[in-house]
Design a protein around this ligand. Structure first.
Ligand code: FMN
Length: 420
């Protein structure tokens, strides 16, 4: 029995996912407009790339209107290259989804050809490539097509469908493109890695706000984006995630229990109220090291020429979590402007944490309040670099790394002989 559309996917399951939708020349291209709408309903940011043949079946104008972004179709286009080039599009994409995928396009991909924009970017992207074939049943059953599909599967390309049934050409058989809701559901599954399945993860994010008086406070430039992306990536990896967030302008991530706090003390209390049973703690929040010794109950007036604020130290949330017994696998973020590695190693040893992720905030165009970031990861075994990329992609790479380290630590603990 076919599932009803509402059971197939849920709103928001593609939040922050960047999808290049490729359209090739087939009758099913008329369904691509609905597919874009459904991908966007699920939260995805969609850019459409059309082959020349596809533009004969559905107009770029329609696709521009439904996607809300300019449509790309030429490889050798000086304007496009100065705006978003094929390489930028390939880097931008979390996933390149080609629907419908023609027999011709499948053949080209199987042989690594790159003679138009769509085939070139599918070759150039590091994101997952998925194809939803749509064609006449004889074209699908043709040995050449079947061999090409087999090659693509071996290359790690995902093939969605096709379904069998009545075709536009009047024949009946396999080759119909899956329905847009089914394609959205399968696309959502691309992001579910399962590497943290069954585990509990607690993430902190954002800045803290330390009250000076009713209208003023001490805070910092953290936007919360990195921590929210980490919480979301952990949820995608199958974990049950709690996010304790300082004040941010961001919407609560889907599938994550979000608790909003303001000051470092509130964040400390909230973390410790939710830490029991947590397997992995990731402290991404930029917690204020100090707070005013006392908060003025009324707005401080501008009478004196100078004003001295006495600051007292806030508790160290990361250190306090790492000191628990048993302690979760603990990951700390450090925003540094100099001597990145030295400071990270000091933090690792001083706080007894498992992994430090360092953010180089000396560069003005990455780090705080930006879309992109890069991280240097340091643990007892050595260091590893996650290159500059969008924070949501970086968060997924970090979660992958954390999952590997967590499982390795558990395996090492389990293999130790039990003490008498
Ligand atoms: C009316 C019409 C319908 C077509 N439908 C399909 C189709 O559903 N699937 C397919 O693989 N090719 C179909 N073709 C053939 C492709 O359009 C043709 O192979 C084209 O070169 C594909 O180019 P592309 O892969 O660059 O988009 C159709 C052609 C015509 C004229």
């Amino acid at each position: 029995m076919r599932q009803t559309p509402s059971k197939l996917y849920h709103m928001g399951t593609l939040t922050n996912k960047r999808i290049v939708l490729g359209i090739t020349g087939g009758i099913a291209a008329y369904k691509s407009a609905e597919l874009v709408r459904r991908l966007r309903d699920a939260g995805a940011d969609v850019r459409v790339v059309m082959t020349q043949a596809a533009t004969e079946f559905i107009t770029p104008l329609t696709m521009q209107a439904v996607s809300g972004n300019p449509v790309h179709s030429h490889l050798l286009d000086a304007d496009a290259e100065s705006g978003m080039s094929h390489i930028e599009l390939a880097r931008w994409a979390d996933t390149a989804l080609v629907a419908p995928a023609s027999a011709n396009f499948i053949a080209k991909m199987a042989h690594g050809r790159a003679d138009d924009l769509l085939s070139t970017l599918c070759l150039a992207t590091e994101g997952q490539v998925a194809l939803a074939p749509a064609m006449n049943q004889q074209m699908w059953l043709n040995l050449a097509t079947q061999e090409n599909v087999g090659t693509l599967k071996r290359h790690g390309i995902r093939i969605f469908g096709p379904a069998a049934g009545a075709q536009a050409c009047g024949e009946t058989g396999p080759g119909r493109m899956l329905e847009p809701v089914e394609i959205v559901s399968l696309t959502t599954q691309l992001f579910s890695t399962g590497t943290l399945a069954g585990l509990r993860v607690l993430v902190t994010a954002g800045p803290t706000w330390e009250v000076i008086d009713p209208v003023r406070g001490i805070t910092n430039r953290s936007s919360g984006r990195m921590g929210y992306a980490v919480a979301e990536a952990a949820a995608e990896a199958g974990a049950k995630v709690t996010l304790v967030s300082g004040p941010t302008a961001l919407d609560a991530p889907q599938r994550v229990t979000t608790i909003r706090v303001s000051s470092a003390l509130e964040m400390f209390d909230s973390v410790h109220a939710h830490i029991e049973g947590v397997d992995i703690f990731i402290g991404v929040a930029a917690v204020s090291d100090y707070r005013p010794a006392s908060a003025a109950s009324q707005k401080i007036k501008k009478h004196a020429d100078t004003l001295t604020l006495e600051l007292v130290k806030n508790p160290d949330i990361l250190k306090s979590v790492a000191a628990l017994s048993p302690a979760p696998f603990t990951v700390g973020f450090a925003a540094e402007t100099e001597n990145l590695e030295t400071h990270a190693r000091e933090k690792l040893i001083d706080k007894h944490i498992d992994l430090v992720a360092i953010n180089d905030v000396s560069e003005t165009d990455i780090g705080f309040d930006t879309e992109d970031n890069r991280l240097l990861l340091i643990d007892r075994h050595g260091k590893s670099e996650l290159p500059r990329q969008h924070k949501s992609q970086l968060a997924r790479a970090l979660i992958q790394y954390v999952a590997e380290r967590y499982h390795a630590k558990r395996a090492a603990q389990d293999s130790r002989p039990a003490r008498r």
